[in-house]
Design a protein around this ligand. Structure first.
Ligand code: HEC
Length: 155
């Protein structure tokens, strides 16, 4: 019993450390979700791409000079409305050939997650799946707030 208490305390201390090291990782649930989401989105390169967003296209933001965007089945079935359960994955590249991947940013629409802002959960991963920002990330929302339904591709 003592052991498990210790382990719990250790986990708690670790998550406090993680939070204070980087304030934009959100709540412990947000961080947990970033790990689960990374698992569940594997294989995204076989997902659908939006019209006008096929292959690699010029980027127009912090996301890189070139971007590739995919959407899961839920979003692809209704791109104009993007139902809850939609996951959009975007890879940002520094080169047109698409060899220099700088980050993978993802939006996941979760029922009841953040109703004031369209219920979008935001996360930014390095290539190997480490989240540097997750949850209701202020600087993501700042830009995405400017477009219809918080997404650029159908703006
Ligand atoms: C400076 C403005 C800006 C910021 C900050 C920003 N984005 Fe974006 N985002 C864009 C633009 C513009 C696009 C359209 C594609 C492009 O031109 O790169 C986009 C596209 C996307 C897409 C593809 C879906 C869509 O909207 O078309 C995702 C997913 C995404 N961003 C996630 C994020 C996440 C996660 C963050 C925060 C870690 C973030 N973005 C921060 C401007 C921004």
């Amino acid at each position: 019993m003592q052991r498990s208490t210790l382990r719990l305390l250790g986990t708690y201390a670790l998550s406090v450390l993680a939070i204070s090291a980087c304030a934009s990782l959100g709540t412990p649930e947000d961080q947990e979700h970033s790990v689960d989401l990374w698992q569940s989105m594997q294989g995204y390169k076989d997902w659908a791409q939006f019209e006008d967003f096929e292959g690699i296209v010029d980027g127009d933001s912090v996301h890189g000079d070139y971007v590739k965007v995919w959407v899961n089945d839920v979003g692809a079935a209704d791109p104009a409305n993007l139902p809850h359960g939609t996951i959009i994955v975007k890879e940002g590249y520094d080169d047109e050939a698409g060899t220099d991947l700088n980050a993978i940013t993802v939006m996941h629409r979760i029922e009841g997650y953040h109703p004031e802002k369209g219920d979008w959960y935001y996360v930014r991963y390095s290539k190997d799946g480490k989240a540097s920002d997750s949850g209701q990330v202020g600087f993501c929302i700042k830009c995405h707030d400017n477009v219809d339904d918080y997404v650029y591709f159908n703006d």
